[in-house]
Design a protein around this ligand. Structure first.
Ligand code: NI
Length: 186
């Protein structure tokens, strides 16, 4: 997930030379919509080893370099149930996450590193209680609210091949598709 439009325009001005469709860092390339991998369902992590730790570290690097708030493994072409989130200096690792509880509603603008320059209002639960695994394989329960809860839900959707534009009306979605196809020439 990315910060709201106003904040992000400032960031874009600082990275004008970077082609948003070819973001390379930490050895990971961020796939942009309409790459078909983004619509696929990821499989659970079964082996908790050094390779997993290294991948999580690289996912954080890719997210930070691209000024994201969250990044999910399928966005870098790895169909595993792994995502990272970082907001206000706090970082979270989600591995095989499951939502145990949702409370309340929030609706605000969100973006996605796989949709550079696109933002839309999405309705999410205000609070979520999530069961996840740590990189070491331990089970952990996380309770988050507000902005972080929104990011958790956005990233967890990626693990099921669900994108934030899937919440929009068919009309809005087709407008975004048209704009993106003009941009990518596909
Ligand atoms: Ni996203």
């Amino acid at each position: 997930m990315t910060e709201s439009q106003s904040q992000s325009q400032i960031q874009n001005a600082n990275s004008a030379s970077q082609d948003p469709l070819d973001l390379l860092d930490g050895g990971l390339k961020i796939l942009c919509y309409p790459n078909p991998t983004l619509k696929k369902k990821s499989t659970p992590v079964e082996i908790f080893d050094g390779e997993l730790e290294d991948f999580v570290r690289r996912l954080f690097t890719a997210m930070r370099i691209n000024k994201g708030v969250g990044l999910a493994a399928p966005q870098v072409g790895v169909l595993k149930r792994i995502a990272v989130i970082e907001h206000e200096g706090k970082s979270y690792v989600l591995i095989n996450p499951k939502i145990l509880e949702r409370k309340g509603l929030q609706e605000s603008e969100e973006g996605c590193l796989s949709f550079p320059g696109f933002y839309a209002d999405v309705r999410r639960a205000e609070k979520v209680k999530v069961e996840t695994r740590t990189v070491k394989g331990d089970t952990e329960i996380l309770e988050v609210s507000g902005y972080v809860a929104k990011a958790f839900q956005h990233e967890m959707d990626h693990l099921d091949g669900k994108l934030f534009i899937d919440y929009l009306s068919p009309l809005k979605r087709s407008m975004i598709r048209k704009k993106i196809s003009k941009h990518t020439g596909e």
